[in-house]
Write a protein that binds this ligand. Structure first.
Ligand code: B1M
Length: 214
């Protein structure tokens, strides 16, 4: 099997034994981000399909997620970093009721490596905690992540509440259950004049952040 197939299969199988050696082998050919974005995320896609089709049980999905996290943690120090002054600050959180954090943590890595201060609050964050952190850190933007369909509703409710509170901090929304139309129509309406943008992936998040601070 090729190293590409081996790594993808490791994510599908949740197979951590000897993972680092395979990552090192892949690094001969690919930069670390490409290993994550193509090889590893390909594996995660398969996991999602198997789980969605009832062909994979939750504990195995968790093994896959842990393998993914370990791989990202190992690759992270090899990534290119922009040195110098912080360009701005973002508060990142997975919304209330949602535990999915692999995507959010990738956004953290990409933004941090590109010169932003990221205040990563973690999972299951109520809006009050998000607003408090944004105030404390004088955040230029707030990023909400969530993968459940339920979370898309929570995001809209969060925006409605922020609107009621008179806030206007730019908000980025990301996660697999979102669509651009939902963010740009429903969520945009919920936040009144406040800026809301859809981030399809971590690099989208970076370019949105670049727009906010310039
Ligand atoms: Co769950 N899960 N899960 N899960 N899980 C999904 C999301 C699901 C689609 C699987 C399926 O059915 N096919 C489904 C949701 C269905 C729905 O709502 N309609 C689902 C379900 C049902 C559940 C549980 C309810 C299962 C249960 O308990 N019966 C449960 C939920 C618990 C809860 O949250 N309360 C659950 C639990 C779990 C695990 C704990 C086992 C594990 C998560 C571990 C972890 O994150 N620490 C897990 C996993 C791994 C998945 C899948 C298989 C993979 C998710 C992932 O990590 N993808 C997922 C299937 C899928 O997504 N299709 C699934 C890789 C990651 C890099 O992608 O997070 O999308 P993603 O991030 C992308 C972009 O979306 C974007 O950038 C990233 C990089 O490109 N992005 C942002 C994300 N956030 C962003 C924020 C930004 C910008 C970009 O700025 C703010």
């Amino acid at each position: 099997d090729t190293i590409e197939e081996v790594l993808k299969q490791r994510i599908v199988d949740g197979d951590k034994q000897g993972l680092e050696a395979d990552l090192e082998a892949a690094m001969q050919t690919y930069p670390p981000l490409e290993i994550i974005n193509t090889l590893l995320l390909d594996g995660m896609k398969v996991v999602g399909e198997l789980f969605g089709a009832g062909k994979m049980q939750l504990p195995f999905v968790l093994q896959s997620a842990e393998t993914m996290k370990r791989a990202v943690a190992w690759l992270e120090p090899f990534m290119e970093k922009v040195e110098g002054q912080e360009k701005g600050t973002i508060v990142l959180a997975t919304v209330k009721g949602d535990v999915h954090d692999i995507g959010k943590n990738l956004v953290d890595i990409i933004l941090t490596n590109n010169g932003y201060k990221v205040v990563n609050l973690g999972i299951k964050q109520p809006l009050t905690a998000i607003i408090e952190a944004a105030n404390e850190n004088k955040a230029n933007a707030i990023g909400m992540s969530g993968l459940l369909v339920k979370s898309t509703v929570i995001m809209r409710e969060n925006l409605e509440e922020m609107q009621r509170l008179g806030l206007s901090t730019p908000v980025f929304l990301g996660g697999a259950a979102l669509t651009r139309a939902y963010v740009e129509e429903d969520c945009w309406k919920a936040y009144g004049e406040g800026p809301v943008a859809y981030a399809r992936d971590a690099f989208d998040g970076l370019s949105l952040m670049d727009k906010v601070v310039t």
